[in-house]
Design a protein around this ligand. Structure first.
Ligand SMILES: [Zn+2]
Length: 356
């Protein structure tokens, strides 16, 4: 089979827009443990990640002279704690970390929330849904999570995958669930250092994902909802097997189009860029192309596992197979909800989808 380029990471599939289309912010990213000031009272921070995607961006919002808010935390891992310890020397030396704002419930974004909350007596802001889903995941016995995952995967044509489960260190990467100080909702504002940020809730990559938008300076903290070189993973999960996350994701992209066209996008991975609307169009087209491929493939009844090769065109291993299957199912369930395919329960227990 022909290899069609992009790699998968836990965040999604590599799918860059053309660099000349995105107008990246000039200059280098900050080194881990250092900050780069990119606007008044706004700092870009980076944490190293011990995985395929080797970094996450955090954003420090000065909150007056003596305190600040950080958006996301890095992973519950030694590399990230070490980077924080050097940030505490500078630029945090003269400012108290008063608030941790978490965009969503993935471990690279919230894994040090408990640690920071204790260390700095910081309040934790994250959506109720993100807090509940991460708490529910960590409350489950690992063997129950495995069992649920295996049942889900085999119902979609991927029987007993060898070493395809999320790695065990996934749990320690979460670093515990901190008590929630405040659960912001869509449309609410967060005021930091005289800047009023609007909270925009999005979905599809995960439930209860929060972005922050400063309409005055036209800056969007986009979390993982819009990334410059990755098409964020949009997966049906074993915890919500009948959901339609692709519809939620596309609806969320449409909502972000209300942001000014000149907006500076601060993504969680990759470099800040302008041309939000171009990136949204590229991401949307990518999904439309994937939908067309999958629909065509469903001339014969196909399981989600059988749809994976037409979407990803490469041999996948380990946990990537789970991510790819979830994403294939998201496309199939979107097509089903549009009435373009119908779902058939197979005598072998595997769900298949066929074009109508
Ligand atoms: Zn991420």
């Amino acid at each position: 089979m022909k290899e069609r380029g992009p790699e998968l990471t836990r965040e999604g599939e590599r799918y860059p827009s053309r660099a000349q289309d995105l107008a990246y912010l000039p200059g280098d990213p900050p080194a881990p443990g250092e900050g780069r000031r990119i606007a008044d009272g706004l700092w870009w921070l980076r944490m190293p990640l011990p995985m395929e995607l080797n970094h996450i961006n955090l954003w420090l919002l000065e909150d007056g002279d003596s305190s600040c808010t950080v958006v996301d935390t890095g992973l519950g891992a030694e590399e990230c704690r070490a980077a924080w310890e050097s940030l505490e020397v500078e630029p945090l030396a003269r400012r108290r970390l008063a608030r941790v704002f978490i965009t969503h419930d993935h471990p690279d974004h919230m894994g040090l929330a408990s640690w920071l909350a204790e260390r700095h007596h910081a309040g934790i802001w994250m959506s109720q849904q993100a807090h509940e889903s991460s708490s529910a995941f960590l409350r489950m016995e690992p063997t129950d999570v495995d069992e649920r995952t295996r049942a889900f995967l085999s119902a979609h044509g991927l029987p007993s995958p060898a070493s395809s489960d999320p790695p065990r260190d996934h749990r320690t990467w979460f670093g515990g669930i901190p008590p929630l100080t405040h659960a912001p909702v869509d449309g609410e504002t967060l005021v930091a250092g005289g800047v009023t940020w609007q909270v925009i809730e999005t979905a599809g990559h995960c439930r209860g994902h929060l972005c922050l938008y400063d309409p005055e300076r036209r800056i969007l903290v986009s979390g993982d909802q819009v990334l410059p070189s990755i098409s964020p993973n949009v997966s049906v999960l074993a915890s919500a097997p009948d959901s339609d996350p692709l519809r939620a994701f596309l609806d969320s992209l449409a909502r972000l189009e209300a942001c000014d066209p000149a907006t500076l996008v601060l993504p969680s991975h990759g470099r800040p860029f302008r041309a939000l609307h171009k990136r949204i169009a590229d991401l949307r087209n990518h999904h439309f192309e994937q939908l067309a491929r999958v629909e065509e493939h469903c001339r014969e009844p196909r399981s989600a596992q059988e749809a994976v090769p037409v979407m990803f065109g490469r041999v996948l291993r380990g946990f990537h197979r789970v991510l790819a299957l979830g994403e294939a199912l998201a496309h199939l369930q979107f097509l089903a909800s549009e009435g373009r395919v119908s779902r058939i329960a197979g005598a072998d227990g595997v769900a298949r989808f066929v074009r109508i």
